[in-house]
Design a protein around this ligand. Sequence first.
Ligand SMILES: Cc1cc2nc3c(=O)[nH]c(=O)nc-3n(C[C@H](O)[C@H](O)[C@H](O)COP(=O)(O)O)c2cc1C
Length: 374
Amino acid sequence: MSYDILLSPITINQMELSNRVIMAPTVDHLASEDGFVTPRQKDFILKRAKGGISMIVVGGIAVNPRNYPFVLRIHDEKYLPGLRDLVGEIHSETDTKVGAQLWDWLKIGRGFRQDVNEVPMEQIGRTLDFFEAGAIHAREVGFDAVEIHAAHGYALAAFLSLRNNRSDEYGGNLKGRMKLIIEIYERIRKALGSDFPIGIRMCGDEFIIQGNTLHQSRVIAKNLAEMGMDYLSISAGGRYEDSQGIIAKYGCPHHYPPIGGYSGYRTMPPIWMPEAVNVYLAEDIRTTIRNSGLNTPVITAGRIPYPELAEEILQKGKADIIGLCRPLLRDPEWLTKTKEGRSQDIHKCVYCNTCLANECEDEPAVCIYRADED
Ligand SMILES: Cc1cc2nc3c(=O)[nH]c(=O)nc-3n(C[C@H](O)[C@H](O)[C@H](O)COP(=O)(O)O)c2cc1C
């Protein structure tokens, strides 16, 4: 099989990607407990970058100073030397571009997470400052792009959601629910300039009762593309509200179990879901924005195990770029083998989600089938 589109280049703003496969953001839990890059983490990320993918989106990287162990942080200058070293090494050893996924979450306590409807105005102001500082720091240490994390129930997803019933200007109707993201985008764009790639990750469907579905998200995506967002990475699910029963049953040491309910499973589709189960969300959004005359690249992800399927998705115009997470945890050489016509040699992910279960236990999110190598 030839991979005419998969191996063809694409440009995002001024950033040239050499092919259509990227590593989707992955909290690997290999950072130090207080948020610094560790040598093991650097090796882990570098190994994936060396596998020939065109971009690796590092993260989520915390833009706030709130407690959350073993995740990368970027809010304070003390974290910058480690990040600069990581990005510098990827650049010097590979052609892979490096994006930073900027991540904020609502306050979390034991079995509790702040409701978006109760977030005070001062916290909204701080969120804006956090994202602006995070983006400036990301550019300073050499990242080629930033990605605003507005998916999976975290702070910005909570604002975007139909469940945001705030009665002030940051909630209620679509304009109110998008206001914080628009303000963040405008601040970051002003700080980074028109030629710095800024993308966003959002859910095509939250898979929760009275959450966003395509009915809302295709309009949100169109507005974001019109505003100048350089790419849209379309994910699904991951809503905290769907995990609450699990939290009540098992407790929750630091944060919530992200695959606690059906919505979470849609983010990381397990073996019992069909392949490419979320691609229709990207396809719908891509069609919507193309029909509006916009060429914004659209990324899809979720249970795309082998390159033949990835190529077919691109050929059928369902997405422009394929994001992979677990397949690259399983086999960092997924794309090298594809390029060399050895796709049969790819060690296939079995979507057991043990990587994720490890993450929920604050253990490294490595694949059990190659734990010795990572
Ligand atoms: C261990 C693990 C950590 C993840 N961390 C993030 C994250 O920090 N940000 C994010 O947007 N998605 C995160 N995801 C979701 C992935 O980016 C991806 O969308 C999802 O796993 C589906 O793709 P896949 O089938 O190729 O794994 C994570 C997934 C896993 C398994």
